[in-house]
Ligand binder design. Sequence first.
Ligand code: TTP
Ligand code: MG
Ligand code: MG
Length: 467
Amino acid sequence: MNSKDWPRVIVHADMDAFYASVEQLDDPHLVGQPLIIGPRSRRGVVLTASYEARKSGAKSAMPMAEALRRCPHAVVVPPRFERYQQQSEAIMRAFADFSPSVEALSLDEAFIDMTGALEIFGEPMQIGKQIQQAVLDATGGLQVSVGIASTKYVAKVASDFEKPNGLTIVPPHKAVQWLDPMPVSRLWGAGPKTVPRLQRLGLHTIGDVRRASPLFLRKSLGNMGAHFQSLANANDPRKVARRRVARSMGSDRTLLQDVTSTADIAHYLRRSADRIGRRLRDKGYRCFGVRVKLKTHDFRVMTRQVLLPAPTDSSDELYAVAFDILQQLRTPSEPSLKFRLVGLAAYDLVHEDDPVQLDFFSGDEFSGRDRSRSLEQALDEVTQRFGAGAVARAADLNRSSTVADTTPNLDFVADGLAMEVDPEHDPEHDPEHDYAHGQDYVPNEQEPSLPESDEFLDDWCFDTGSD
Ligand code: TTP
Ligand code: MG
Ligand code: MG
């Protein structure tokens, strides 16, 4: 193959059943087993399932109760985010050996621009094999699926084409023909609302969209029509951006019982603010951004975020901001709305070692903040020595544990939230999709009893460093 045939060489690499594969790697007993990663509570949500469990229909974002109904023999393993993050860093470093242009889309996937590298690494097939081997070596045995094409869109569709351990090369002159028979759900931007709309218009395959008259598409779909048609023609001029996954820390709590009152919601925000603040201070971070997320009993997600004039790592300040946001989120029209999840996240993190001078912000006007900060630091020390239960807020003392799980918020695409991801990249990765259509969730499930511990309260944290 001649490099002239490839105006650009774009690789998309995505780990196979990432969290589940990490668990299988670390515990050989789990190899070959149907595995579900998620909280042990039936009210929680499946983060991912091993390919063995997928055969029975378990999948990401499915309510745990439904996944266990479909796959009763599955082993449920609670997530270990720190470990996934560690492996993610190893994977991203391996990618960086192939090209300086690596665009991470999430912990387990990236675009790698290999244009001009055919002379060094060989033909696309060779490049793909080397990347798979590099990931295997860097992680101690994890598999990645790779797609190679001359546009980001086609590369991404290709990496998913033969999962797991797939390697799909789509040369530029074959791209259109290769896309033609695919279902329209493969078009970026065609989610659960758009797909039926396309089908009603008689557009079932990508080829149907490509051959449709532009006028018809414009009339029936507006600008979206032209966007889909250009994807169908394998046109996607977007460049691979050099980007790491954005740093953020958060804590989402799925509650055993829905809550309604602002005071109850605030209680969980307070606890999340304490945990996130502690964690920010522990790791030497402050955040500019604070985001609150609520999920209603019928799985509607409400989020709102604010940027602070100066970054903070104070739990009190996080809470104060979160409380303000909460009041804005609560609409008077729906005072009795019930919520099943309360989440708080700190994003736009800066590290004390970052070139931005944090000291700049500790002038007189912040001295009140600094006082509250030293108190928090003192409490951190107590917590570190005596455990998380040692310091409790007075308001918490007579509340029993009512949290089903604290899950990572990976619906980065849906809300553009936890990660800096262009929603266009991957609209399919919206874990709320199934919820939005919540057909098969049965809310009156008998809840298993939970230990009165923080076992399920893992925070999530995305920090793969900055460039
Ligand atoms: P994905 O790459 O979407 O899925 P996967 O790696 O588990 O499986 P596949 O082989 O199909 O790529 O997501 C990567 C990880 O992100 C996944 O292992 C768990 C996490 N995740 C969630 O926590 N919630 C979600 O809704 C999704 C889709 C993923
Ligand atoms: Mg994956
Ligand atoms: Mg992925």
